[in-house]
Ligand binder design. Structure first.
Ligand code: ATP
Ligand code: MG
Length: 431
């Protein structure tokens, strides 16, 4: 026997029993995004490697050790996208989307990072993200945060904590960086290997360390919030005011720095205690200089966030939150060739009149018992039975598969109306 080929480590299949919950999450988020006026953008999975090293930053986890990078047949270095923002900025510049325009965009799709797979951390994972271009003020920051809060409300998630911080301007960060280097240099022997390496290349990254032994040192480090430039300070105050106005609870976390270099001013994360070290469900911030850094002709302020769909799926499953049932409403059982002929006509006419009806027609013949077994397994609420007698009388027998209701005979011409009058959970079929 040949050995079967298995999926690549950290890359998961999402099988039908799981797609229900994925579709539910995607549907809810898509709807909220649309109601806030965001438009979908679809981008390639592969980009030139330079795009990511120039935007995310050379000295970041992603670029240093997590990218799936390879030479293509022409000898060009390509990378499977580890995140969506860089590609979105590239596409915006290339398609002239930023010229004199305000853009509110969103995207969904797989991202790739070569990390150690564990619960909530995979090598192919999926993000839904949004980006807004051409707006420099704190209002758009607040809008995005409010929109994410609405995601959780619509999904029924209520244990997420909002953390916000400001990284200030690039200049303020240069000054702060020096302070950090001084502080950590004095504690050299307490730094882990990663942090020692980063001390001079990217000291802010040390604050993002997940090493528990480093936390004390990080807690006591000088805080960027105390060294903000005046404009960033005002921006942050105005953002907090807007959040207060709209009754969003948040915590200022002065040690919140993001794992990517392009952020400035506002950064935020939504964090749960339920997923251990993989607790960040959604993260984002401003990146006002990235468009120019990637070759855009004009300054284009920007703000965005992305969330990991796998982590949302885990949260919804762990909390057993209700998701819509997409089992068929009805299962059509047909006994014999004549019944199949009539049954197919009947099924198509039902589909014409009841576009919402989820009707499974039995295929493959077999005994009545066998067909009922399949009907039951499908999760359908009723079985519509067409046998010899029903054909002769132009009727169908309706059998209720989930509750104790007596079976009924009903004229085929009345079937659509009858189904329409039924309640399937609180779903209404028909118009
Ligand atoms: P983490 O600190 O968990 O590694 P990150 O800072 O690298 O996250 P971002 O680049 O900001 O994450 O990505 C935004 C979101 O995408 C994260 O908050 C998380 O929900 C999700 N995410 C990131 N990496 C992974 C991964 N390897 N597997 C699953 N989800 C991920
Ligand atoms: Mg990461």
């Amino acid at each position: 026997m040949k050995k079967s080929i298995q999926a690549i480590r950290g890359m998961n299949d999402i099988i039908p029993t799981l797609t229900t919950i994925w579709q539910h999450i995607e549907g809810v988020l898509r709807q909220v995004l649309e109601t806030y006026g965001y438009q979908e953008i679809r981008l390639p999975l592969l980009e030139k490697t330079d795009l990511f090293s120039r935007s995310i930053g050379e000295v970041t986890d992603i670029v240093e050790k997590e990218m799936f990078t390879f030479m293509d047949r022409n000898g060009d270095s390509l990378t499977l996208r580890p995140e969506g923002t860089a590609g979105c900025v590239r596409a915006g510049i290339e398609n002239g989307l930023f010229y004199n325009q305000i853009q509110r965009l969103w995207y969904i799709g797989p991202m790739f990072r070569h990390e150690r797979p564990q619960q909530g951390r995979y090598r192919q994972f999926h993000q839904i993200g949004a980006e807004a271009y051409g707006l420099a003020g704190p209002d758009i920051d607040a809008e995005m945060i409010l929109m994410t809060a609405r995601f959780w409300q619509k999904l029924g998630l209520n244990d997420l904590e909002l953390q916000i911080n400001s990284l200030g301007s690039a200049d303020a960060r240069v000054a702060y960086r020096e302070q950090l280097v001084n502080y950590f240099s004095e504690q050299m022997n307490r730094l882990d290997a990663d942090s020692q390496r980063r001390l001079h290349t990217n000291p802010l990254r040390i604050l993002d360390s997940k090493n528990p032994e480093m936390q004390g040192l990080i807690e006591a480090a000088p805080q960027l919030l105390e060294h903000l430039d005046e404009e960033s300070q005002e921006h942050f105050v105005a953002l907090k005011q807007l959040l207060d106005q709209t009754n969003i609870t948040y915590r200022v976390n002065p040690r919140l720095v993001r794992g990517l270099d392009y952020y400035n001013r506002t950064v935020f994360e939504w964090v749960t205690q339920q997923l251990g070290a993989q607790g960040t469900v959604c993260a984002g911030g401003r990146y006002d200089t990235l468009v120019e850094q990637l070759g855009g002709k004009r300054p284009t302020p920007a703000m965005g966030f992305a969330m990991g769909i796998e982590r949302l799926v885990l949260l919804l499953s762990q909390n057993e939150l209700p998701i819509p049932n997409n089992a068929p409403h009805a299962y059509l059982i047909m006994m014999g060739n004549e019944a199949v002929q009539q049954g197919f006509r009947l099924a198509e006419s039902l589909r014409d009149t009841l576009p919402q009806l989820r009707l499974l027609t039995h295929c493959g013949g077999g005994s009545l018992k066998n067909q009922f077994k399949r009907a039951d397994k499908s999760g359908a609420k009723i079985a519509i039975v067409l046998g010899e007698n029903e054909i002769a009388s132009r009727q169908v027998t309706l059998k209720y598969l989930r509750d104790n209701q007596a079976q009924t005979l009903i004229a085929q011409s009345e079937l659509a109306n009858y189904l329409k009058s039924l309640e399937f959970g609180n779903e209404v079929i028909g118009n």
